[in-house]
Design a protein around this ligand. Structure first.
Ligand code: NAD
Length: 254
């Protein structure tokens, strides 16, 4: 896909950057001139994604092995980023986890695991990174929610849907509180996208059945979703704040 974004000189942190939507976003931002910081807990995936960013930008990006739900890890990622880039302009909070467990079978440990990654981790990254953005009086955040946070999930369990509703609530509140200090915060709500999150959880027949429920008749590709995220971070979206952008092939009303 052609790239027309200019992030020259911008330091952009992407969490969940080892795979899927986060990886394609990191590659697109790197190709668009950004100093990209890739964050993930998947070491092998992180190495491959870092290599892919290097290939498109001819600059080795910073990559940080971290669990976003752990405060020490998020503090370390902020310190390392500042040592490398001296400022933080953008955050894409994409690290996420999905289980399909039916409501009555969800164990508390699994509930906590989903909430710890999808909302506690996102909160920690937003709060600690915005603390640095406030020193500059500028910053752009895209929090990756889901179609599951707009209505319900055809794939994930109740804990996943709950966490994604929480991402949207947190994003809207932050947008109102922080915009006067130069920080724009928006939520991105993908529909079914062809990544490990789908293919590890559904078999081929289930994916085909899912496609029939999507008006466009196919899953999104991760790089199509990355383009929307880049727009949301860009100067072209200067009035976008507290928004939820749906990119779901027309299937928001499930
Ligand atoms: N694929 C879809 O259909 C879809 C639809 C709607 C929303 N989303 C959301 O988009 C985001 C990206 O999902 P994806 O489809 O690319 O999935 P993915 O599984 O390909 O990527 C998710 C990444 O998050 C990382 N991660 C998970 N927990 C982490 C933690 N505690 N700390 C650091 N990294 C962690 C994983 O290692 C992985 O690299 C997620 O927030 C997901 O909920 C995906």
């Amino acid at each position: 896909m052609d790239c027309s974004w200019d992030f020259t000189g911008k330091c952009c942190i992407v969490t969940g950057a080892a795979n899927g939507i986060g990886k394609q976003t990191a590659i697109l931002l790197a190709r668009s001139g950004a100093q990209v910081v890739l964050v993930d807990q998947d070491e092998e995936g992180l190495v491959a994604a870092t290599h892919a960013c290097h290939e498109v930008a001819c600059v080795t990006p910073l990559s940080i092995l971290a669990d976003v739900s752990k405060k020490q890890d998020v503090e370390r990622l902020v310190t390392s980023t500042l040592a490398h880039c001296h400022k933080i302009d953008c955050l894409v909070s994409g690290a996420g986890l999905l289980y399909r467990t039916p409501f009555m079978e969800i164990e508390l440990a699994e509930w906590d695991e989903v909430m710890n990654t999808n909302i506690r981790g996102l909160f920690l990254c937003n709060q600690l990174i915005i603390a640095e953005m406030l020193k500059l009086g500028a910053g752009r955040i895209v929090n990756i929610a889901s179609v599951a946070g707009r209505s319900m999930s055809l794939i994930g369990g109740a804990h996943y849907a709950t966490s994604k509703h929480a991402v949207i609530g947190l994003t809207r509140h932050m947008a109102r509180e922080l915009c006067q200090q130069g920080i724009r915060v928006n939520a991105f709500c993908p529909g079914a996208t062809s990544t490990a999150m789908i293919h590890d959880n559904l078999n081929v027949e289930q994916v085909d059945a899912l496609k029939l429920r999507i008006p466009l008749g196919r899953l999104a590709e991760a790089d199509e979703q990355a383009q929307v995220i880049a727009f949301m971070l860009s100067d072209a979206a200067s009035y976008l704040n507290g928004a939820c952008i749906d990119s779901n092939g027309g299937s928001v009303m499930l």
